[in-house]
Design a protein around this ligand. Structure first.
Ligand code: C5P
Length: 300
């Protein structure tokens, strides 16, 4: 018997970051948008907890208990007084350590898949509370669509999206560590009174009306200067995408993936081709949004 769950990647169309909190996290106004790049997580009974991963970047994925998919199975099993004896296979298509919540997606996917495999029937709110324990971005991976994340990003308010948006994601060589990027944000803002993060009304309006040009004018990522400081070569990628006709560009989350909003699917394809030809990225992926959250796609 096995259960397969499909989970989307995300881009942050607004990532407003406040000052560092006493617990080391940062308060956020984090507008998540799920995009159509997916990992598939399959779980099946086994004699102990094991993980395998397939896909072009599988070698970069940790296969030990630090993998959020393993931690999800452990947390859910512990809540129900059982052992997490399950084999987890991750078919990985989301860039690894790329600022697109790939690890969070696998956590949310494994959680839902184990819940179904073990016949637990957990409520949405029980699953969301385990997601929040796993990481700040994990609740959104379960929910998908679009949402405003406050607190450290884990408290979600779902948002209406009035149309499809088209994107290109330029995948960089190597990943960036999220804590390192937040650390660089703190270093760059030393001595600065960082304002409390607030969601932009213009951006929420652009999402609601499905207006790509308005969304392009409202995209903002407060972590971008920190990501560029740690990886200056990303500036050339951002410039290449704009020169190729993107409406707007930004670093995705903590990077180093860069995101380009385009006016339609055809434009996305031509921007992707130009980005690849520019030699400023390792791969260029076309995707659209919004995408649905974690979904069971197969039971065998
Ligand atoms: O919640 P998650 O485990 O994904 O966070 C990874 C790291 O990113 C945290 O340890 C922290 O350094 C940083 N972070 C933060 N503020 C947030 C979310 C993450 O400083 N709101």
């Amino acid at each position: 018997m096995s259960v397969t769950v499909r989970v989307p990647a995300k881009v942050n169309v607004q990532l407003a970051v406040g000052g560092a909190r006493a617990d080391g996290f940062h308060d956020l106004a984090n507008v998540f948008l799920a995009v159509s790049l997916y990992d598939e997580v399959t779980v099946s009974p086994a004699s102990s907890l094991t993980i395998t991963c397939s896909g072009p970047d599988a070698a970069q994925v940790p296969l030990d208990r630090t993998n959020l998919a393993a931690r999800a199975a452990e947390l859910l099993a512990a809540r129900h007084g059982q052992s997490p004896d399950v084999h987890i296979h991750i078919a990985k298509d989301i860039p690894v350590a790329g600022g697109m919540a790939g690890g969070s997606a696998d956590g949310a996917g494994a959680l839902l898949a184990c819940d179904v495999l073990w016949g637990l029937g957990s409520s949405r709110s029980e699953l969301l509370s385990i997601c929040a324990e796993l990481g700040s971005d994990v609740p959104f991976s379960l929910v998908g669509g679009a949402a405003l994340g406050t607190g450290r990003g884990e408290m979600l308010t779902e948002l209406e999206v009035g149309g499809d948006f088209h994107w290109v994601f330029a995948v960089a060589d190597g990943g960036l560590s999220t804590p390192a990027v937040y650390g660089e944000f703190d270093r760059l803002n030393e001595g600065v009174a960082v304002p409390a993060p607030v969601a932009s009304p213009a951006l929420l309006d652009a999402l609601r009306t499905g207006d790509a040009t308005a969304l392009a004018g409202a995209l903002v990522n407060d972590l971008q200067p920190a990501a560029l400081s740690l990886r200056p070569s990303l500036s050339a990628t951002l410039e290449a995408g704009m020169a190729a006709g993107a409406l707007a560009s930004l670093v995705s989350g903590s990077g180093p993936t860069t995101a380009f909003l385009t006016k339609d699917e055809e434009s996305a394809r031509s921007v992707a081709e130009a980005l690849l030809g520019s030699g400023t990225c390792r791969a260029a992926r076309v995707a659209s949004s919004p995408a649905g959250g974690a979904t069971v796609v197969a039971r065998a």
